[in-house]
Design a protein around this ligand. Sequence first.
Ligand code: ZN
Length: 537
Amino acid sequence: MMGVDKVLIVGWDGATWDYIDPLLARGELPNLAALLARGARAVLRSTIPPFTNIAWPSLVTGLGPAKTGVFDGARARPGSYGAVPTNLTGYRGVPIWRWVNRYGLRAGVLNVPMTYPAAPLDGYLVTGFDSPRGGAEIAHPRDLLRRWADQGHPYRVLAEEIALMDRQNPHQPRGDLEEFIARWVALTQDQGKLVAWLWRAWPVDLMFVVFSGTDSVNHRTRDAAQIAQVYRAADEALGRILEAVDERTLVCLVSDHGSTPAHRYIALHRALHDGGWLRFRPQVAARFWRRLPGALGRGLPRLWRRLPDRVRQALSWPLLRWEPRLAVAYDNVDWARTRVYARSGMGPLYVNLQGRQPRGSVSPAAYDTLCDEVAQALLALRDPEGRPLFGRVWRRDELYPGADPGDDPPDLVAEPARWSDHVITGYPTDPLVRPIPDEGEYGTHTPDGVLVLAGPGVRAGAELKTAQIVDVVPTLLALMDLPLPAEVDGQVLRGALTEAPKVRRAEGEAPAASDAAGYTDQEAEDVMQRLRDLGYI
Ligand SMILES: [Zn+2]
């Protein structure tokens, strides 16, 4: 190692220099400022689309989405149009904590998304926000959290994050914003204590911890002062952890994507419907019955699905005249008449291709022409001021060259011209673009995240123009003087280092990401609902 004894990686989900720099200038993030004074910084370019459960797998493996196989908020259930959340078993590549295990180094992982169920490793692992509620496999070893509880601190990061994210959804009752922020501040401080304790009580060679409040608060409000409260708490937690760390520790602060206040919605379903590529059946979608309270909400969806099609249609007719939106749900798409569809509002689009999709309507011969037609039509869309809504519509091969078709990569990815426009699926009856009302005030993601490196081998004061999210793993491994996995996409960020490291690639078969089982059906539905609440699906 270039004098590196241990490695500490701290993730601030969604952190952006746009929020951090003004706080640094006012002296409000003293611990980050101290780290920067002895470190290097960069804008860290995320994946496209820049979303948490696509970006973290790329960040922790050094592989782009074409290789991790994660492109959207959820993936198709094989042989159906239904979707299941991506999780640990849903991506390929070796997370850095498993890679260092291979070289005899111990690793600790805490609250990193896409790590459920907790698989055994040399060290410890506690899973992140996308764990199922009440999931049994949130920690390895199992007694890790009991030992924290023995210190007088019950582990509450996961349960509290789930509770807070439930209240983050702008389409739900808003609750009390002050309390929401106070709870994130308290949770962030609590997590900082847990990490500092773990660092001392359970020594590992590499620790990887993610704080989620920096992302969550941005989804909930546009108010810079309120967002700053959570960033200050994250800085305080960072300070507490760094107190436990010596100068031979390589410290890396990262985010998976950036954040921005959001001002307008773009309704993807409206755009696809207007183009004639997406149709819904003239029937109330079963999910709407679920909104009814109590036993009605539980029983009606099941009963509704059992009714013959003609009966459902007859009963739907008056209701749909009253509210056409009741027909619009993913499970109510008219596949025979649909040629292009979205699974989430993040921008990935799928052609309903014959021979690939269960009820494909587009012949392989028509595929290329259709993709060009949709791309050109989306690029031609204008807002009321005459500005384009989409800056780029990517073809699959441009964005994800070499992707395995079996991984279900999107055929097109629509990228907004302005990242402050929040792309949603929405309804065909929605305006194509509309202001986000103040009571729904919140933010969305950008591709520009943050990277800070400090410690042995890092050039103090270096400022890189940009770095890619896949560069983090190769740079850390090079500083640790370890070989890189053979298939890594990223580059070593030499501009941040005092001397050129010897970069080696490992040979031979890389270990699988995990041998753990995936979610159960019920767990998958719980996590899907959380991703929907977060606006990811
Ligand atoms: Zn995120």
